[in-house]
Design a binder for this molecule. Structure first.
Ligand SMILES: Nc1ncnc2c1ncn2[C@@H]1O[C@H](COP(=O)(O)OP(=O)(O)O)[C@@H](O)[C@H]1O
Ligand SMILES: [Mg+2]
Length: 312
């Protein structure tokens, strides 16, 4: 598989703050690479440096095998960027907005018309072609923003947190659309602080914190990094201190937390602890309304590597 993007030793400082710290990674053709990290971890700065929108202190960036620079227009024409902040023209309709952005790259009218229709279909905006941006909900506006960024069929796409504050229907549309773009041959950098999203659509994930890569791999390989093997969550509306103490006393090697009516048991080895736990709960006389087992999450990985949660 060919390498579409290669970042080597990228470092960016804002005065004293090192926002991106010696970052190196590659993006392969036909891959969705997720940059997962909490707010302020350097995702947008990384993206803007790669795109030559920001000057950086050191490092090198190769796109399509060529050196990226502010004047590398032959590279830029094959790149699509969807920024977190929506940037569309208020005085143009949905259709005309997409037409404008697509027209920056695609001169042929007939071809452009077809590309616009395809972008509209991918983002599910068929019923809104004649609407103006101010008539659209937040989610639809985000979808228009995406349609404008992808209509010219770029080979390399950057999405910066495209689902923040978006309704579930638009979120699904956006995530499915990005997968379709990948399936049609595009390569994608996807930044987010939502672990569920990278698990859903990314082929590979880089976890960032304080401008550094702290781990990388597939979702499964990342989860193998954690010492947590199984979590069992038990819904216990009422629990006396004495019963909790008794429980903790009887299972000293297991991490037990009671919070917001939920008892969480974290196991560092083995799996399928649920049967034994049901017996233990009965012996202790603890009544529960629900019990389920959970595999470790990327948040567990992040927590173990950094000592803090992905989302605060
Ligand atoms: N223009 C700027 N000037 C100074 N500091 C900045 C600027 N932009 C971002 N930062 C800081 O750089 C760090 C990384 O920010 P950013 O790349 O926006 O993170 P993310 O996109 O992961 O939320 C943060 O600490 C942020 O406050
Ligand atoms: Mg950001």
């Amino acid at each position: 598989m060919s390498v579409i993007l290669e970042v080597n030793g990228l470092t960016k400082e804002y005065k004293e703050l090192r926002a991106v710290d010696d970052l190196s990674f590659q993006l392969s053709e036909n891959e969705i690479l997720g940059l997962l990290g909490p707010n302020g971890s350097g995702k947008s700065t990384t993206m803007n440096c790669i795109l030559s929108l920001l000057k950086y202190n050191s490092g090198s960036i190769q796109i399509f095998g060529k050196e990226m620079s502010p004047s590398a227009y032959d590279i830029k024409k094959d790149i699509g960027v969807i920024f977190q902040d929506v940037a569309v023209f208020q005085e143009l309709t949905v259709y005309k907005n997409i037409d404008y952005f697509c027209g920056l790259y695609i001169r042929d009218k007939k071809q452009r018309k077809q590309y616009i229709e395809e972008a509209i279909e991918l983002t599910g905006l068929e019923d809104y072609k004649k609407f103006y941006p101010k008539q659209l909900s937040g989610g639809l506006l985000r979808r228009l923003n995406i349609a404008c960024g992808i209509a010219h069929k770029p080979k390399l796409l950057f999405f910066d947190e495209p689902t923040v504050a978006v309704d579930p229907q638009s979120r699904n549309n956006i995530l499915e659309g990005i997968e379709k773009l990948r399936d049609n041959g595009a390569s994608v950098i996807y930044t987010t602080h939502y672990m569920e999203e990278v698990e859903q659509i990314c082929d590979r994930i880089i976890i960032m914190d304080k401008g550094k890569i702290i781990a990388g791999g597939t979702s499964d390989s990342l989860k193998e990094l954690t010492k947590v093997k199984e979590k069992i969550i038990v819904e216990v509306p009422k629990l006396s201190e004495s019963k909790l103490d008794k429980l903790k006393e009887s299972q000293k090697d297991i991490d037990i937390v009671y919070q917001h009516g939920m008892l969480t048991f974290t196991y560092k080895d083995g799996s399928d602890h649920i049967t034994a736990l049901i017996d233990r709960l009965r012996d202790t006389g603890i009544r529960y309304t629900r019990i389920y087992s959970e595999r470790p999450t990327l948040n567990d990985v992040f927590l173990e590597l950094t000592g803090k949660e992905l989302r605060d």
